[in-house]
Design a protein around this ligand. Structure first.
Ligand code: GLN
Length: 491
């Protein structure tokens, strides 16, 4: 097997057995990025020198018998995560020159686990988008077909894993940005329960919805990375104190006892959505059959407020964004427009030139919805709808262990196809937004391909803090279905 095809688990074993070195492995990814990333555009920053230096140190540690859980494993991080000494742009011109003085908690945990940081991946500006076309730097293409988007906003991270430019990566998910690009790129993406992973050092988009999570080649690697990044953090007051299991035990549990005794909920409102592509439906049905064959009981459930999810999310997320992004004013961070001679004009010019059109649209929607006189009608009402969505899930989970659904209504669309149509773009988030609104975990697992050869995933959602069941069921699906399919795009 080629070095760049290795999963985290496989690479780790070979490193520990001293069959390969971390320098070789890191070099293999750097060479591949060098050869192909001008076509894919997965990375904004490649940190070659420091990555090789970290790899040398990792080899040293391994030879002394001091390896930690990720020692020597090269990873990529979405460029929304603060990395000490490494530029963190958030895909925005306004942070073009921002070099953080600290690592975010998840990043620090990966480093403490011995991981190598290859670089920072492309994204929709501040995480706002579903296609990675809203980056100020470049458009990322789908490794399976360069005319199609990789999904977004963590499109760079998903494309980097799929194109084998890293062993695994972290993305962030506010309304689907880990799961949807993972589905479009044929890799695994896990959004943990809200609060499971500290948000400290994650540049905020919508603080009550944002979560960091793994994007990996398989479910085993998702469990491995999740194990490293979870846990309570005094630096994030919303981070949970919940006990943390060893998530890799979920996989062992599948190997031992299968999925018999589990019940999957099938939300009827999801499958009756008009606009659900027949090929997505087909892949969904085949995944459902796999679960049935594995002895999982299927149960139709209802999530009655599904029709209001998109509208409520696209009020709440912009409201929080308009507040979070107020700090980027040309004074405290990043880009400043020097052409204005008074303060107000400087603010206006800085924001007009520093933020792209989608971010400006969200700031305007958010500011409007929060303004006196409109707050109750928009933000207040959207928050009430959010409570109803949470209740829908609480009721549904009384009768099932996980919910099975499509990830996106259609396979990856063509680059440019929806860029002038924000509403269509927003509507394509219908199946992923509710997990963030309800704070529950959700994972996208590759489950098939469209007739055009584009990957299609299915989503498994779990009860709050029950990533364990999601991983166990997702692993069961992966063992049964994905191994029969082609695994890598040809670059
Ligand atoms: N597509 C959604 C949005 O634009 C979700 C993005 C995300 O999860 N960061 O807001």
């Amino acid at each position: 097997m080629k070095l760049h095809e290795l999963t985290i688990a496989e690479a780790r074993q070979l490193l520990l057995d001293k069959k390969i070195s971390s320098v070789e492995l890191t070099r293999a990814f750097l060479d591949r990025i060098d050869a192909f990333d001008d076509r894919i555009g997965a990375y904004i920053t490649v940190d070659e020198g420091p990555a090789l230096e970290q790899a040398r140190q990792a080899d040293d540690a391994i030879s002394k018998g001091e390896a930690s859980v990720l020692t020597g494993i090269p990873l990529a991080l979405k460029d929304l995560l603060c990395t000490k000494g490494v530029k963190t742009t958030c895909g925005s011109e306004i942070l073009d020159n921002f070099v953080p003085l600290y690592d975010g908690t998840a990043v620090a945990k990966l480093k403490a686990g011995g991981a190598i940081l290859l670089g920072k991946t492309n994204l929709d500006e501040f995480g706002m988008g579903s296609s990675t076309e809203n980056s100020s730097y470049k458009v990322t293409t789908n490794p399976w077909n360069p005319n199609h988007v990789p999904g977004g906003s963590s499109g760079g991270s998903a494309a980097a894993v799929s194109a084998q430019f890293c062993c695994g990566s972290l993305g962030t998910d506010t309304g689907g940005s880990i799961r949807q690009p993972a589905s479009h790129c044929g890799v695994v993406g896990l959004k943990p329960t809200y609060g499971r992973v500290s948000r400290f050092g994650l540049v905020s988009y919508a603080s009550s919805l944002d979560q960091i999570g793994p994007i990996t080649r398989d479910v085993t690697d998702a469990a491995l990375l999740l194990n490293v990044i979870v846990g309570n953090d005094p630096m994030d007051s919303t981070s949970a104190r919940e006990a943390v299991p060893d998530f890799t035990r979920a996989l062992a549990q599948f190997d031992r006892e299968g999925l018999k005794g589990m019940t999957a909920g099938i939300p009827k409102e999801y499958l009756s959505q008009e606009g659900l592509d027949p090929e997505v439906r087909q892949v969904f049905d085949s995944a459902r059959n796999v679960f049935e064959d594995l002895g999982v009981e299927m149960k139709e459930i209802s999530l009655p407020h599904t029709d209001y999810v998109v509208a409520a999310y696209y009020i709440i997320a912009p409201c929080e964004a308009s507040s979070n992004l107020a700090r980027f004013d040309g004074v405290k961070y990043g880009y400043r427009d020097f052409s204005s001679d008074d303060l107000i004009r400087m603010y206006k010019q800085t924001k007009s030139k520093g933020f792209g059109p989608e971010v400006q649209r969200r700031i305007i929607i958010g500011t409007y919805s929060l303004s006196a006189g409109y707050y109750d009608a928009y933000y207040g009402r959207a928050s009430k709808v959010r409570t109803l969505i949470m209740k829908d899930f609480a009721t549904a989970f009384q009768g099932c262990d996980f919910i099975l659904s499509p990830v996106a209504p259609a396979p990856a669309f063509k680059i440019g196809e929806n860029s002038d149509d924000p509403l269509t773009m927003y509507l394509s988030d219908i199946f992923t937004l509710s997990a963030n609104m309800a704070g529950i975990p959700g994972m996208s697992v590759p489950a098939g391909f469209s007739s055009q050869g584009l990957p299609i995933g299915v989503q498994l959602m779990g009860k709050r803090f029950d990533e364990f069941s999601v991983l166990k069921a997702g692993y069961g699906l992966e063992q049964t279905v994905v191994l029969l399919e082609k695994k890598f795009p040809i670059l």
